[in-house]
Design a protein around this ligand. Structure first.
Ligand code: B12
Length: 511
Protein backbone atom coordinates (compact mmCIF):
# COMPACT_ATOMS: atom_id res chain seq x y z
CA UNK A 1 0.00 0.00 0.00
CA UNK A 2 1.50 3.31 -1.05
CA UNK A 3 0.56 5.94 1.48
CA UNK A 4 1.37 9.51 2.38
CA UNK A 5 3.55 9.46 5.48
CA UNK A 6 2.26 11.37 8.49
CA UNK A 7 3.65 12.04 11.98
CA UNK A 8 1.19 9.49 13.40
CA UNK A 9 2.40 6.91 15.92
CA UNK A 10 -0.20 4.30 16.87
CA UNK A 11 -0.16 2.97 20.44
CA UNK A 12 -2.20 -0.04 21.50
CA UNK A 13 -3.22 -1.06 25.02
CA UNK A 14 -4.96 -4.48 24.92
CA UNK A 15 -7.55 -5.55 27.49
CA UNK A 16 -5.54 -6.85 30.50
CA UNK A 17 -8.14 -9.48 31.39
CA UNK A 18 -9.36 -10.53 27.94
CA UNK A 19 -11.09 -13.91 28.04
CA UNK A 20 -10.54 -14.32 31.77
CA UNK A 21 -13.91 -14.83 33.40
CA UNK A 22 -12.24 -15.64 36.71
CA UNK A 23 -10.50 -12.29 37.06
CA UNK A 24 -11.65 -10.62 40.26
CA UNK A 25 -14.00 -7.67 39.84
CA UNK A 26 -11.19 -5.38 41.01
CA UNK A 27 -8.94 -6.54 38.16
CA UNK A 28 -11.32 -5.96 35.26
CA UNK A 29 -11.10 -2.24 34.69
CA UNK A 30 -7.79 -1.61 33.06
CA UNK A 31 -6.52 1.86 32.38
CA UNK A 32 -4.09 2.46 29.51
CA UNK A 33 -1.55 4.32 31.64
CA UNK A 34 1.50 2.94 29.85
CA UNK A 35 0.54 4.28 26.42
CA UNK A 36 -0.63 7.54 27.99
CA UNK A 37 2.84 7.90 29.52
CA UNK A 38 4.47 7.32 26.10
CA UNK A 39 2.17 9.79 24.37
CA UNK A 40 3.37 12.86 26.34
CA UNK A 41 7.02 12.84 25.18
CA UNK A 42 5.99 11.77 21.66
CA UNK A 43 3.75 14.79 21.34
CA UNK A 44 6.42 17.07 22.79
CA UNK A 45 8.78 15.77 20.09
CA UNK A 46 6.32 16.74 17.34
CA UNK A 47 4.62 13.40 16.72
CA UNK A 48 0.92 12.68 16.66
CA UNK A 49 0.15 9.77 19.01
CA UNK A 50 -3.06 7.84 18.31
CA UNK A 51 -4.13 5.80 21.35
CA UNK A 52 -6.17 2.63 21.00
CA UNK A 53 -7.50 1.06 24.20
CA UNK A 54 -9.20 -2.27 23.56
CA UNK A 55 -11.52 -1.85 26.55
CA UNK A 56 -13.55 0.92 24.91
CA UNK A 57 -13.41 0.09 21.21
CA UNK A 58 -16.48 -1.25 19.38
CA UNK A 59 -14.73 -2.17 16.14
CA UNK A 60 -11.02 -2.72 16.61
CA UNK A 61 -10.40 -3.87 13.02
CA UNK A 62 -11.78 -0.64 11.61
CA UNK A 63 -9.98 1.46 14.22
CA UNK A 64 -6.58 -0.13 13.44
CA UNK A 65 -7.11 0.12 9.70
CA UNK A 66 -7.86 3.82 9.98
CA UNK A 67 -5.20 4.64 12.58
CA UNK A 68 -2.32 2.79 10.90
CA UNK A 69 -2.79 4.45 7.51
CA UNK A 70 0.37 6.49 6.95
CA UNK A 71 1.62 5.97 10.53
CA UNK A 72 5.34 5.69 11.34
CA UNK A 73 4.94 2.60 13.50
CA UNK A 74 2.74 0.68 15.91
CA UNK A 75 3.67 0.40 19.60
CA UNK A 76 2.08 -2.39 21.66
CA UNK A 77 2.00 -2.58 25.45
CA UNK A 78 1.58 -5.78 27.43
CA UNK A 79 2.12 -7.33 30.79
CA UNK A 80 2.46 -11.08 31.26
CA UNK A 81 -0.78 -13.02 30.85
CA UNK A 82 -4.13 -12.43 29.19
CA UNK A 83 -3.21 -8.99 27.90
CA UNK A 84 -0.96 -10.75 25.39
CA UNK A 85 -4.06 -12.16 23.66
CA UNK A 86 -5.17 -8.86 22.14
CA UNK A 87 -1.53 -7.83 21.69
CA UNK A 88 -0.75 -10.87 19.51
CA UNK A 89 -4.03 -10.76 17.59
CA UNK A 90 -3.59 -7.13 16.53
CA UNK A 91 0.14 -7.39 15.90
CA UNK A 92 -0.74 -10.13 13.40
CA UNK A 93 -3.62 -8.12 11.99
CA UNK A 94 -1.43 -5.06 11.36
CA UNK A 95 1.40 -7.17 9.93
CA UNK A 96 -1.05 -8.60 7.40
CA UNK A 97 -2.72 -5.31 6.48
CA UNK A 98 0.38 -3.06 6.66
CA UNK A 99 3.31 -5.40 5.98
CA UNK A 100 5.92 -2.63 5.99
CA UNK A 101 4.92 -1.08 9.30
CA UNK A 102 7.42 -1.58 12.16
CA UNK A 103 5.84 -3.11 15.27
CA UNK A 104 7.52 -2.20 18.56
CA UNK A 105 6.63 -3.92 21.81
CA UNK A 106 7.06 -2.71 25.39
CA UNK A 107 5.72 -3.20 28.92
CA UNK A 108 6.41 -5.77 31.61
CA UNK A 109 6.30 -8.94 29.54
CA UNK A 110 8.49 -7.95 26.58
CA UNK A 111 10.90 -6.28 29.05
CA UNK A 112 11.28 -9.51 30.99
CA UNK A 113 11.42 -11.85 27.98
CA UNK A 114 12.78 -9.76 25.09
CA UNK A 115 14.29 -12.68 23.18
CA UNK A 116 11.25 -14.92 23.26
CA UNK A 117 9.10 -11.94 22.26
CA UNK A 118 11.41 -10.98 19.39
CA UNK A 119 11.32 -14.54 18.08
CA UNK A 120 7.85 -13.82 16.67
CA UNK A 121 7.64 -12.44 13.15
CA UNK A 122 5.16 -9.73 14.23
CA UNK A 123 7.70 -8.17 16.64
CA UNK A 124 10.47 -5.95 15.23
CA UNK A 125 11.86 -4.44 18.44
CA UNK A 126 11.33 -4.40 22.19
CA UNK A 127 11.82 -1.34 24.39
CA UNK A 128 12.85 -2.72 27.79
CA UNK A 129 11.76 -1.03 31.05
CA UNK A 130 10.67 2.60 31.21
CA UNK A 131 9.75 3.66 27.70
CA UNK A 132 9.11 7.40 27.47
CA UNK A 133 12.49 8.55 26.14
CA UNK A 134 13.62 5.34 24.44
CA UNK A 135 10.49 5.17 22.32
CA UNK A 136 10.87 8.74 21.03
CA UNK A 137 14.37 7.81 19.92
CA UNK A 138 13.09 4.65 18.23
CA UNK A 139 10.39 6.61 16.38
CA UNK A 140 12.94 9.20 15.19
CA UNK A 141 15.17 6.43 13.82
CA UNK A 142 12.26 4.73 12.07
CA UNK A 143 11.05 8.00 10.59
CA UNK A 144 14.54 8.65 9.24
CA UNK A 145 14.82 5.12 7.87
CA UNK A 146 17.70 4.31 10.23
CA UNK A 147 18.33 1.14 12.24
CA UNK A 148 18.13 0.91 16.05
CA UNK A 149 21.79 0.30 16.85
CA UNK A 150 22.88 2.17 19.97
CA UNK A 151 19.39 3.14 21.19
CA UNK A 152 19.69 2.38 24.92
CA UNK A 153 17.25 -0.16 26.37
CA UNK A 154 16.21 -1.57 22.99
CA UNK A 155 16.42 -5.16 21.69
CA UNK A 156 15.77 -5.55 17.97
CA UNK A 157 16.21 -7.58 14.83
CA UNK A 158 18.51 -6.28 12.13
CA UNK A 159 17.79 -6.49 8.39
CA UNK A 160 18.96 -10.11 8.28
CA UNK A 161 16.72 -11.05 11.21
CA UNK A 162 19.57 -11.38 13.72
CA UNK A 163 18.60 -10.43 17.32
CA UNK A 164 20.63 -7.66 18.91
CA UNK A 165 20.38 -6.11 22.35
CA UNK A 166 21.58 -2.63 23.31
CA UNK A 167 22.63 -1.88 26.91
CA UNK A 168 19.97 -0.79 29.43
CA UNK A 169 18.77 2.81 29.70
CA UNK A 170 19.09 4.50 33.11
CA UNK A 171 15.71 5.38 34.69
CA UNK A 172 14.43 8.88 34.06
CA UNK A 173 12.74 11.00 36.71
CA UNK A 174 9.03 11.55 35.98
CA UNK A 175 9.50 15.21 36.92
CA UNK A 176 11.48 15.71 33.69
CA UNK A 177 8.61 14.44 31.55
CA UNK A 178 5.59 16.32 30.23
CA UNK A 179 2.27 15.84 32.08
CA UNK A 180 0.15 12.81 31.17
CA UNK A 181 -2.06 13.87 28.21
CA UNK A 182 -5.38 12.45 29.44
CA UNK A 183 -7.18 14.49 26.78
CA UNK A 184 -5.91 12.06 24.12
CA UNK A 185 -8.19 9.36 25.52
CA UNK A 186 -11.96 9.14 25.54
CA UNK A 187 -12.00 9.55 29.31
CA UNK A 188 -15.78 9.75 29.53
CA UNK A 189 -16.13 6.34 27.92
CA UNK A 190 -13.42 4.88 30.17
CA UNK A 191 -15.05 6.21 33.33
CA UNK A 192 -18.45 4.86 32.34
CA UNK A 193 -17.02 1.45 31.43
CA UNK A 194 -14.75 1.05 34.43
CA UNK A 195 -16.84 2.46 37.25
CA UNK A 196 -20.44 3.15 36.27
CA UNK A 197 -22.07 5.63 38.66
CA UNK A 198 -18.75 6.41 40.26
CA UNK A 199 -16.32 8.76 38.52
CA UNK A 200 -12.88 7.28 39.09
CA UNK A 201 -9.53 7.57 37.28
CA UNK A 202 -5.94 6.48 37.78
CA UNK A 203 -2.85 8.59 38.26
CA UNK A 204 0.84 7.71 38.54
CA UNK A 205 2.83 9.80 41.01
CA UNK A 206 5.99 7.68 41.18
CA UNK A 207 7.72 4.73 39.53
CA UNK A 208 9.83 1.87 40.85
CA UNK A 209 10.03 0.23 44.26
CA UNK A 210 13.16 -0.14 46.39
CA UNK A 211 12.11 -3.56 47.78
CA UNK A 212 12.78 -7.01 46.34
CA UNK A 213 9.74 -9.22 47.09
CA UNK A 214 10.26 -12.73 45.76
CA UNK A 215 7.03 -12.96 43.74
CA UNK A 216 7.24 -9.54 42.08
CA UNK A 217 8.68 -8.65 38.66
CA UNK A 218 9.09 -4.98 39.53
CA UNK A 219 12.73 -5.24 40.78
CA UNK A 220 13.90 -6.67 37.43
CA UNK A 221 12.01 -4.19 35.27
CA UNK A 222 12.57 -0.96 37.20
CA UNK A 223 15.84 -1.94 38.92
CA UNK A 224 14.59 -1.07 42.43
CA UNK A 225 14.95 2.61 41.69
CA UNK A 226 12.10 4.72 43.11
CA UNK A 227 11.48 8.10 41.47
CA UNK A 228 8.58 10.38 42.43
CA UNK A 229 7.04 13.50 40.97
CA UNK A 230 7.25 16.46 43.38
CA UNK A 231 4.34 16.92 45.80
CA UNK A 232 3.53 20.28 44.15
CA UNK A 233 3.24 18.72 40.74
CA UNK A 234 1.11 15.84 42.03
CA UNK A 235 -1.29 18.25 43.74
CA UNK A 236 -1.55 20.40 40.59
CA UNK A 237 -2.18 17.34 38.39
CA UNK A 238 -4.71 15.82 40.76
CA UNK A 239 -6.61 19.10 41.21
CA UNK A 240 -6.79 19.53 37.42
CA UNK A 241 -7.98 15.93 36.86
CA UNK A 242 -10.65 16.21 39.53
CA UNK A 243 -11.91 19.50 38.07
CA UNK A 244 -11.69 18.48 34.39
CA UNK A 245 -13.38 15.13 34.79
CA UNK A 246 -15.55 15.80 37.88
CA UNK A 247 -14.00 12.86 39.72
CA UNK A 248 -15.29 11.22 42.89
CA UNK A 249 -12.26 9.00 43.26
CA UNK A 250 -8.65 8.62 42.18
CA UNK A 251 -6.30 5.63 42.43
CA UNK A 252 -2.60 6.31 42.78
CA UNK A 253 -1.29 3.31 40.85
CA UNK A 254 2.28 3.76 42.03
CA UNK A 255 4.06 0.50 42.84
CA UNK A 256 4.82 2.03 46.24
CA UNK A 257 3.12 5.36 47.05
CA UNK A 258 4.53 5.82 50.57
CA UNK A 259 8.28 5.42 49.95
CA UNK A 260 8.79 9.03 51.04
CA UNK A 261 6.48 9.76 53.98
CA UNK A 262 7.49 13.42 53.71
CA UNK A 263 6.25 13.59 50.12
CA UNK A 264 3.03 11.70 50.95
CA UNK A 265 2.33 14.15 53.76
CA UNK A 266 2.92 17.12 51.44
CA UNK A 267 0.68 15.65 48.74
CA UNK A 268 -2.21 15.04 51.13
CA UNK A 269 -1.85 18.43 52.83
CA UNK A 270 -1.62 20.05 49.40
CA UNK A 271 -4.81 18.32 48.23
CA UNK A 272 -6.64 19.58 51.31
CA UNK A 273 -5.29 23.12 50.90
CA UNK A 274 -6.26 23.12 47.22
CA UNK A 275 -9.81 22.16 48.17
CA UNK A 276 -9.65 18.81 46.33
CA UNK A 277 -12.59 16.83 47.67
CA UNK A 278 -12.42 13.23 46.50
CA UNK A 279 -11.83 9.74 47.77
CA UNK A 280 -8.54 8.12 46.91
CA UNK A 281 -6.79 4.74 47.16
CA UNK A 282 -3.14 3.71 47.09
CA UNK A 283 -0.89 0.86 48.11
CA UNK A 284 1.20 0.84 51.29
CA UNK A 285 3.57 -1.61 52.95
CA UNK A 286 2.87 -2.90 56.47
CA UNK A 287 6.11 -1.39 57.79
CA UNK A 288 5.26 1.97 56.23
CA UNK A 289 1.79 2.04 57.81
CA UNK A 290 3.39 1.32 61.18
CA UNK A 291 5.48 4.47 60.74
CA UNK A 292 2.48 6.78 60.15
CA UNK A 293 2.23 9.31 62.99
CA UNK A 294 -1.01 10.89 64.23
CA UNK A 295 -0.61 13.89 61.96
CA UNK A 296 -0.26 11.69 58.86
CA UNK A 297 -3.22 9.53 59.87
CA UNK A 298 -5.32 12.68 60.21
CA UNK A 299 -4.24 13.87 56.76
CA UNK A 300 -5.01 10.42 55.31
CA UNK A 301 -8.52 10.47 56.78
CA UNK A 302 -9.29 14.13 56.07
CA UNK A 303 -8.10 13.98 52.47
CA UNK A 304 -10.58 11.18 51.74
CA UNK A 305 -8.62 7.93 51.80
CA UNK A 306 -11.05 5.19 50.79
CA UNK A 307 -8.74 2.24 50.90
CA UNK A 308 -5.12 1.25 51.44
CA UNK A 309 -3.96 -1.83 49.57
CA UNK A 310 -1.47 -3.67 51.73
CA UNK A 311 0.58 -6.71 50.72
CA UNK A 312 0.29 -8.91 53.81
CA UNK A 313 1.19 -11.98 51.71
CA UNK A 314 1.48 -14.73 54.31
CA UNK A 315 0.76 -15.88 57.85
CA UNK A 316 3.87 -18.02 57.83
CA UNK A 317 7.11 -16.47 59.16
CA UNK A 318 9.14 -18.88 56.98
CA UNK A 319 7.35 -17.71 53.82
CA UNK A 320 7.64 -14.04 54.76
CA UNK A 321 11.36 -14.61 55.04
CA UNK A 322 11.58 -16.73 51.86
CA UNK A 323 9.92 -13.94 49.83
CA UNK A 324 12.09 -11.28 51.52
CA UNK A 325 9.00 -9.35 52.63
CA UNK A 326 10.75 -7.79 55.64
CA UNK A 327 7.66 -7.81 57.87
CA UNK A 328 6.42 -10.13 60.63
CA UNK A 329 3.01 -11.71 61.19
CA UNK A 330 2.59 -9.68 64.40
CA UNK A 331 3.27 -6.50 62.38
CA UNK A 332 0.47 -7.47 59.99
CA UNK A 333 -1.92 -7.61 62.95
CA UNK A 334 -0.54 -4.39 64.41
CA UNK A 335 -1.11 -2.73 61.03
CA UNK A 336 -4.76 -3.96 61.04
CA UNK A 337 -5.25 -2.50 64.53
CA UNK A 338 -3.79 0.85 63.42
CA UNK A 339 -6.15 0.94 60.46
CA UNK A 340 -9.09 0.09 62.71
CA UNK A 341 -8.14 2.71 65.30
CA UNK A 342 -7.83 5.33 62.57
CA UNK A 343 -10.99 4.28 60.73
CA UNK A 344 -9.26 3.59 57.40
CA UNK A 345 -10.32 0.43 55.56
CA UNK A 346 -8.32 -1.46 52.99
CA UNK A 347 -7.38 -4.65 51.24
CA UNK A 348 -4.77 -6.97 52.74
CA UNK A 349 -3.83 -9.40 49.99
CA UNK A 350 -2.50 -12.82 50.91
CA UNK A 351 -0.92 -15.55 48.83
CA UNK A 352 -0.66 -19.30 49.29
CA UNK A 353 0.71 -22.13 47.18
CA UNK A 354 4.37 -21.24 47.20
CA UNK A 355 6.68 -23.96 45.86
CA UNK A 356 7.13 -26.11 48.98
CA UNK A 357 6.99 -29.79 49.84
CA UNK A 358 3.48 -31.06 50.51
CA UNK A 359 3.46 -31.08 54.33
CA UNK A 360 5.04 -27.68 54.81
CA UNK A 361 2.74 -26.26 52.15
CA UNK A 362 -0.32 -27.42 54.04
CA UNK A 363 1.02 -25.78 57.19
CA UNK A 364 1.83 -22.60 55.26
CA UNK A 365 -1.70 -22.53 53.83
CA UNK A 366 -3.36 -23.01 57.22
CA UNK A 367 -1.24 -20.29 58.79
CA UNK A 368 -2.16 -17.87 56.03
CA UNK A 369 -5.86 -18.70 56.29
CA UNK A 370 -5.59 -18.12 60.06
CA UNK A 371 -3.83 -14.77 59.50
CA UNK A 372 -6.48 -13.60 57.04
CA UNK A 373 -9.16 -14.55 59.55
CA UNK A 374 -7.38 -12.71 62.36
CA UNK A 375 -7.07 -9.56 60.25
CA UNK A 376 -10.77 -9.73 59.37
CA UNK A 377 -11.69 -10.25 63.03
CA UNK A 378 -9.62 -7.21 64.03
CA UNK A 379 -11.26 -4.94 61.47
CA UNK A 380 -14.06 -6.08 59.17
CA UNK A 381 -13.46 -3.09 56.84
CA UNK A 382 -10.28 -4.79 55.67
CA UNK A 383 -10.87 -7.24 52.82
CA UNK A 384 -8.58 -10.26 52.86
CA UNK A 385 -8.39 -11.86 49.42
CA UNK A 386 -6.19 -14.96 49.27
CA UNK A 387 -4.65 -15.66 45.86
CA UNK A 388 -2.44 -18.37 44.51
CA UNK A 389 1.23 -17.76 43.98
CA UNK A 390 1.84 -17.58 40.24
CA UNK A 391 5.49 -17.82 39.13
CA UNK A 392 5.86 -14.57 37.19
CA UNK A 393 8.94 -14.60 34.98
CA UNK A 394 11.60 -12.18 36.10
CA UNK A 395 10.65 -12.40 39.79
CA UNK A 396 13.33 -13.60 42.23
CA UNK A 397 11.40 -16.83 43.05
CA UNK A 398 10.89 -17.83 39.40
CA UNK A 399 14.03 -20.02 39.05
CA UNK A 400 13.06 -21.90 42.23
CA UNK A 401 9.55 -22.53 40.86
CA UNK A 402 11.11 -24.03 37.73
CA UNK A 403 13.28 -26.25 39.89
CA UNK A 404 10.18 -27.45 41.75
CA UNK A 405 8.56 -28.60 38.51
CA UNK A 406 6.71 -25.56 37.15
CA UNK A 407 6.72 -25.76 33.40
CA UNK A 408 6.96 -22.30 31.86
CA UNK A 409 5.31 -21.60 28.51
CA UNK A 410 7.83 -21.85 25.68
CA UNK A 411 6.31 -19.20 23.39
CA UNK A 412 4.87 -15.71 23.59
CA UNK A 413 1.44 -17.12 22.81
CA UNK A 414 1.83 -19.68 25.57
CA UNK A 415 2.25 -16.86 28.11
CA UNK A 416 -1.10 -15.38 27.08
CA UNK A 417 -2.96 -18.13 28.99
CA UNK A 418 -0.90 -17.57 32.11
CA UNK A 419 -2.52 -15.76 35.02
CA UNK A 420 -2.81 -15.88 38.76
CA UNK A 421 -6.32 -17.36 38.52
CA UNK A 422 -5.47 -19.89 35.82
CA UNK A 423 -1.87 -20.93 36.43
CA UNK A 424 -1.21 -24.60 37.05
CA UNK A 425 1.61 -25.20 39.46
CA UNK A 426 2.17 -28.92 40.00
CA UNK A 427 2.39 -28.56 43.76
CA UNK A 428 -1.16 -27.19 44.23
CA UNK A 429 -4.32 -29.33 44.03
CA UNK A 430 -7.83 -28.35 42.92
CA UNK A 431 -9.15 -29.22 46.41
CA UNK A 432 -6.73 -26.77 47.96
CA UNK A 433 -7.85 -24.06 45.53
CA UNK A 434 -11.47 -24.75 46.37
CA UNK A 435 -10.78 -24.57 50.10
CA UNK A 436 -9.02 -21.21 49.79
CA UNK A 437 -11.76 -19.75 47.62
CA UNK A 438 -14.37 -20.85 50.17
CA UNK A 439 -12.61 -19.18 53.06
CA UNK A 440 -11.54 -15.99 51.38
CA UNK A 441 -14.58 -15.17 49.23
CA UNK A 442 -17.37 -16.73 51.28
CA UNK A 443 -16.90 -17.63 54.94
CA UNK A 444 -14.71 -14.70 56.05
CA UNK A 445 -16.63 -11.86 54.38
CA UNK A 446 -19.92 -13.35 55.60
CA UNK A 447 -18.75 -14.02 59.14
CA UNK A 448 -17.17 -10.56 59.39
CA UNK A 449 -19.19 -8.44 56.97
CA UNK A 450 -17.96 -4.98 56.15
CA UNK A 451 -20.39 -2.08 55.94
CA UNK A 452 -21.05 -2.58 52.24
CA UNK A 453 -21.78 -6.30 52.47
CA UNK A 454 -23.95 -5.61 55.52
CA UNK A 455 -25.86 -2.86 53.73
CA UNK A 456 -26.45 -4.84 50.54
CA UNK A 457 -27.14 -8.26 52.01
CA UNK A 458 -28.37 -7.50 55.52
CA UNK A 459 -31.64 -5.99 54.34
CA UNK A 460 -34.45 -6.57 51.83
CA UNK A 461 -35.02 -9.94 50.21
CA UNK A 462 -31.54 -11.21 51.05
CA UNK A 463 -31.84 -10.54 54.76
CA UNK A 464 -33.15 -13.94 55.86
CA UNK A 465 -30.94 -16.22 53.70
CA UNK A 466 -27.95 -14.04 54.52
CA UNK A 467 -28.55 -14.20 58.25
CA UNK A 468 -28.86 -18.01 58.14
CA UNK A 469 -25.60 -18.23 56.16
CA UNK A 470 -23.97 -15.81 58.53
CA UNK A 471 -24.79 -17.93 61.54
CA UNK A 472 -23.35 -21.00 59.87
CA UNK A 473 -20.27 -19.10 58.70
CA UNK A 474 -19.63 -17.79 62.21
CA UNK A 475 -19.79 -21.28 63.71
CA UNK A 476 -17.39 -22.58 61.07
CA UNK A 477 -14.97 -19.71 61.41
CA UNK A 478 -15.00 -19.88 65.22
CA UNK A 479 -14.22 -23.61 65.19
CA UNK A 480 -12.11 -23.65 62.03
CA UNK A 481 -14.30 -26.36 60.52
CA UNK A 482 -14.63 -25.96 56.78
CA UNK A 483 -15.32 -29.51 55.57
CA UNK A 484 -18.66 -30.67 54.07
CA UNK A 485 -19.45 -27.16 52.87
CA UNK A 486 -23.08 -27.84 51.93
CA UNK A 487 -24.14 -24.18 52.21
CA UNK A 488 -21.28 -23.10 49.95
CA UNK A 489 -22.36 -25.52 47.24
CA UNK A 490 -25.98 -24.48 47.68
CA UNK A 491 -25.11 -20.80 47.44
CA UNK A 492 -23.06 -21.52 44.32
CA UNK A 493 -26.02 -23.33 42.73
CA UNK A 494 -28.35 -20.44 43.48
CA UNK A 495 -25.76 -17.99 42.15
CA UNK A 496 -25.40 -19.98 38.93
CA UNK A 497 -29.17 -20.05 38.49
CA UNK A 498 -29.06 -16.26 38.78
CA UNK A 499 -26.35 -16.10 36.11
CA UNK A 500 -23.40 -15.48 38.41
CA UNK A 501 -20.47 -17.61 39.50
CA UNK A 502 -20.30 -15.74 42.76
CA UNK A 503 -22.36 -16.99 45.72
CA UNK A 504 -24.32 -14.11 47.23
CA UNK A 505 -22.65 -11.81 44.69
CA UNK A 506 -20.21 -11.09 47.50
CA UNK A 507 -17.44 -9.88 45.19
CA UNK A 508 -19.80 -7.38 43.61
CA UNK A 509 -20.19 -5.73 46.99
CA UNK A 510 -16.66 -6.43 47.91
CA UNK A 511 -14.49 -4.60 45.40
C1 B12 B 1 -2.88 -0.77 36.96
C2 B12 B 1 -2.36 -2.20 37.03
C3 B12 B 1 -3.21 -3.19 36.61
C4 B12 B 1 -4.54 -2.92 35.96
C5 B12 B 1 -4.40 -2.63 34.48
C6 B12 B 1 -3.21 -3.25 33.82
C7 B12 B 1 -2.19 -2.26 33.35
N1 B12 B 1 -1.12 -2.74 32.80
O1 B12 B 1 -2.37 -1.09 33.47
C8 B12 B 1 -5.32 -4.20 36.27
C9 B12 B 1 -6.12 -3.93 37.54
C10 B12 B 1 -6.24 -4.73 35.19
C11 B12 B 1 -4.20 -5.17 36.58
C12 B12 B 1 -4.39 -6.52 36.66
C13 B12 B 1 -3.38 -7.39 36.97
N2 B12 B 1 -2.09 -7.10 37.23
CO1 B12 B 1 -1.40 -5.34 37.27
N3 B12 B 1 -0.65 -3.72 37.64
C14 B12 B 1 -1.08 -2.50 37.51
C15 B12 B 1 -0.04 -1.53 38.06
C16 B12 B 1 -0.47 -1.18 39.48
C17 B12 B 1 0.19 -0.27 37.26
C18 B12 B 1 0.52 -0.48 35.80
C19 B12 B 1 0.78 0.86 35.21
O2 B12 B 1 -0.08 1.46 34.58
N4 B12 B 1 1.96 1.42 35.45
C20 B12 B 1 2.33 2.74 34.96
C21 B12 B 1 2.89 2.66 33.55
C22 B12 B 1 3.31 4.04 33.06
O3 B12 B 1 4.04 1.84 33.61
P1 B12 B 1 4.21 0.56 32.68
O4 B12 B 1 2.93 -0.11 32.44
O5 B12 B 1 5.33 -0.26 33.19
O6 B12 B 1 4.68 1.23 31.29
C23 B12 B 1 5.98 1.75 31.12
C24 B12 B 1 6.99 0.72 30.58
O7 B12 B 1 6.67 -0.60 30.90
C25 B12 B 1 7.04 0.97 29.12
N5 B12 B 1 6.01 0.44 28.25
C26 B12 B 1 4.83 -0.11 28.51
N6 B12 B 1 4.18 -0.42 27.40
C27 B12 B 1 4.94 -0.04 26.36
C28 B12 B 1 4.75 -0.13 24.99
C29 B12 B 1 5.74 0.34 24.14
C30 B12 B 1 5.51 0.29 22.67
C31 B12 B 1 6.93 0.90 24.67
C32 B12 B 1 7.93 1.43 23.76
C33 B12 B 1 7.14 0.98 26.05
C34 B12 B 1 6.14 0.51 26.88
O8 B12 B 1 6.90 2.37 29.07
C35 B12 B 1 5.92 2.78 30.03
C36 B12 B 1 6.29 4.17 30.51
O9 B12 B 1 7.55 4.15 31.13
C37 B12 B 1 1.26 -2.41 38.03
C38 B12 B 1 2.25 -2.08 39.11
C39 B12 B 1 2.90 -0.76 38.82
N7 B12 B 1 2.69 0.19 39.66
O10 B12 B 1 3.53 -0.59 37.79
C40 B12 B 1 0.70 -3.81 38.15
C41 B12 B 1 1.37 -4.93 37.35
C42 B12 B 1 1.58 -4.43 35.95
N8 B12 B 1 0.34 -5.96 37.38
C43 B12 B 1 0.80 -7.13 37.54
C44 B12 B 1 0.00 -8.28 37.68
C45 B12 B 1 0.74 -9.56 38.02
C46 B12 B 1 -1.38 -8.21 37.52
C47 B12 B 1 -2.34 -9.39 37.62
C48 B12 B 1 -1.92 -10.62 36.85
C49 B12 B 1 -2.60 -9.85 39.00
C50 B12 B 1 -2.55 -8.90 40.09
N9 B12 B 1 -2.42 -9.51 41.23
O11 B12 B 1 -2.63 -7.70 39.98
C51 B12 B 1 -3.65 -8.84 37.01
C52 B12 B 1 -3.88 -9.35 35.58
C53 B12 B 1 -5.24 -9.87 35.43
C54 B12 B 1 -5.28 -11.09 34.57
N10 B12 B 1 -4.61 -11.13 33.45
O12 B12 B 1 -5.90 -12.01 34.95
C55 B12 B 1 2.31 -7.15 37.55
C56 B12 B 1 2.85 -7.51 36.16
C57 B12 B 1 3.98 -8.50 36.18
C58 B12 B 1 4.25 -8.96 34.77
N11 B12 B 1 5.20 -9.83 34.63
O13 B12 B 1 3.63 -8.60 33.81
C59 B12 B 1 2.60 -5.67 37.99
C60 B12 B 1 3.93 -5.12 37.54
C61 B12 B 1 2.50 -5.67 39.52
C62 B12 B 1 3.70 -6.34 40.15
N12 B12 B 1 4.56 -5.57 40.76
O14 B12 B 1 3.88 -7.52 40.11
N13 B12 B 1 -3.04 -4.52 36.80
Amino acid sequence: MNETKTKKVVLFFPDPVRGNDKAPAAASPGFPMSILALAGPLRAAGYEPVLIYEGIEDDLDARFTEACRGAICLGISSMTGNQLRGAIEYARFVRRRFPGMPIIWGGYHPSIMPEQTLAEDYVDAVVRGQGELGFVEVVRRLEGGQDLSGVAGVSYKDASGRMLSNPARPPVDLAQLPPLPYELLDIEKIIIRNSPGFRSLQYLSSTGCPFNCGFCAEPLVNKRKWLGRSADQVVRDVAALVADYRLDHLTFIDPNFFVSLKRSREILRGMLDAGVRIQWSAVARVDQVLKFDDELWKLIRDSGCRSLGVGAESGSPEILSMIDKRITVEEIYECSRKMRDNGVGGIFSFMVGFPLERDSRREEMMRTVAAAKTVKSIFAEIKTPICYYAPYPGSPLFPYALKMGFSAPATLEGWSDFGFTSVTTPWVSEQEKDFIERCSTFYFPIAYPDERVQKNLGSGMMRLPFSVMQRLARVRVKRDVYNLPVEWHLAKLVARAMGSRDPFLISQFYS
